[in-house]
Design a binder for this molecule. Structure first.
Ligand code: UDX
Ligand code: ADP
Length: 459
């Protein structure tokens, strides 16, 4: 069997590496139009940082896993083609700011139609709006080569930072297909058979296409909703003296609720939650369901409020002005253990602090300077000695002479720093704003810091 995956990003790369490892007799080609990305996948410095990924790629690359820019060649040879390209929120035209941009998916479908000479199963891997499979089907069925295609939806549920673990041991694998025809059912079985090599068949769920597409959007919306719910409570905790971690632990102990995704924070980020919620809102409005649309929009509004609230603390506690003050930023990725910054709350918080005249000193163990400047829209010409944003190679350098430390990503190393040493180098009063509740606030207070943390009362 030959598999091809179009798109060598955060989803395509790790997913295919794990499939190749679990299925040594299957040839897996990962292709992308971005040569720089493919070169990186073929180098010792992978474009995606994921714990455990280097070892998996090293074990199978060049054996049954190949990265290349030959999209046509790999698609043409494959039995199964995964589409794993980006589906960002549209920035213009109908549905701008909410609907998903499907031009990359459409381009893939057209290319598959153009180069295929043998029958293929085409699998939507990226998160797609409901009924995208129909778009792909229409394009594929309009080619007159006589080649037969089956379109399946097989959304990826991996979370960044734990991708390899999630892929090796998924809660479930969802496969949606045309369950009304024998060919459709056979395609579902073929893909299910691939996963069954390492996933318990009881965890492989088969549905119709639209249920599969909508389940992925719904799963992300529910997860995001839990975070917004606990974040709404965090504001109330700060006002009343309750502690949000204690509330979350007590609430999550109810087996009907469960403990996961109740960690209050400066807000959720990542490439999926916001995009998928916007998509869901757009879908509800499209089907004239304004109440349902408003409900999901509120989850996003709460997230924006949480980010604004955090930046407002910093301004207020630093006596209402950040003008010319150095602020250390610990962490820029949207969560720990990834170098991905898409929709990272750090971007909004940093922009907000910069608009108040702060001088930011940013440290992140995995995000590149180039990426941070690009996210903050800082042009190349401004980089040397700009004063606005400085990228630091250690948290000690970032905090030296700063008025405050803002913790925006829960990288493990931030809990283990020498805060006695850091305190001595900071301006006084030395502030710490913990946007991830990942530091020991009581200890820091004893060392002399003033500490504010999400959902905790200020003492
Ligand atoms: C998410 C879904 O979890 C995954 O199933 C889907 O395939 C893609 O979208 P991801 O965005 O990679 O995965 O990471 P996730 O762990 O869900 O975190 C998303 C954001 O929520 C991060 O910014 C994280 O810091 C934040 N978060 C998560 C919280 O603020 N509190 C929590 O309790 C959990
Ligand atoms: P995700 O997080 O969903 O994996 P990424 O943006 O990390 O998203 O990756 C998507 C990849 O898809 C990018 O590397 C992009 O270059 C690639 N891509 C987009 N359109 C095409 C196409 N038509 N052919 C091949 N690759 C494509």
């Amino acid at each position: 069997m030959k598999i091809c995956c179009i798109g060598a990003g955060y989803v395509g790369g790790p997913t295919m590496a794990v499939i190749a490892m679990k299925c040594p007799d299957v040839r897996v080609d990962v292709v992308d139009i971005n040569k720089k990305r493919i070169d990186a996948w073929n180098s010792d410095s992978l474009p995606v940082f994921e714990p455990g990924l280097d070892a998996v790629v090293r074990a199978v690359r060049g054996k049954n896993l190949f990265f290349s820019t030959d999209v046509a060649g790999a698609v043409s040879a494959a039995d199964i083609v995964f589409i794993s390209v980006n589906t960002p929120t549209k920035t213009y035209g109908v549905g701008a700011g909410r609907a998903s941009e499907l031009k990359y998916v459409e381009a893939c479908a057209r290319q598959i139609a153009d180069v295929s000479t043998t029958d293929k199963i085409v699998v939507e891997k990226s998160t797609m709006p409901v009924r995208t499979a129909d778009v792909i089907r229409q394009i594929l069925s309009s080619c007159d080569s006589g080649v037969k295609f089956q379109v399946l939806s097989n959304p990826e549920f991996l979370a960044e930072g734990t991708a390899v673990k999630d892929l090796e041991n998924p809660d479930r694998v969802l496969i949606g297909g045309d369950d009304k025809t024998a060919e459709g059912r056979a395609a579902i079985k073929t893909l299910a058979g691939l996963y069954a090599r390492w996933v318990d068949p009881k965890r492989i769920i088969e549905t119709n296409l639209w249920s599969s597409e909508l389940s992925k959007l719904t799963a992300n919306a529910f997860l995001a909703q839990r975070i917004s719910s606990i974040n709404a409570i965090s504001a109330l905790c700060e006002a009343t003296g309750a502690d949000v971690d204690e509330v979350a632990a007590a609430v999550g102990a109810d087996s009907r609720i469960g403990p996961k995704f109740l960690k209050s924070s400066v807000g959720f980020g990542g490439s999926c939650f916001q995009k998928d919620l916007l998509n869901l809102v757009y879908l509800c409005e499209h089907f004239n369901l304004p109440e349902a649309a408003r409900y999901w929009q509120n989850v996003l509004d709460m997230n924006a409020y949480q980010k604004r609230r955090f930046a407002a603390w910093v301004v207020k506690d630093l006596f209402g002005s950040l003008s010319g003050k150095k602020i250390a930023v610990f962490g820029f990725s949207f969560k720990e253990n990834t170098n991905d910054t898409r929709e990272s709350p750090a971007i909004d918080v940093c922009r907000n602090l910069l608009s108040e005249g702060a001088k930011l000193a940013i440290y992140d163990p995995k995000v590149s300077q180039e990426q941070i400047y690009s996210d903050l829209n800082i042009g190349e010409e401004k980089i040397p000695g700009d004063g606005g944003v400085e990228i630091c190679s250690s948290p000690y350098e970032a905090s030296k002479d700063s008025y405050a430390i803002t913790v925006l990503t829960a990288w493990g190393e931030f809990a283990c720093l020498d805060y006695v040493k850091i305190y001595k180098t900071m301006k006084k009063p030395a502030w710490i704003f913990d946007g991830r509740n990942c530091l020991d606030g009581d200890l820091l207070r004893r060392l002399g810091y003033r500490v504010r943390a999400v959902g905790k009362s200020f003492e």
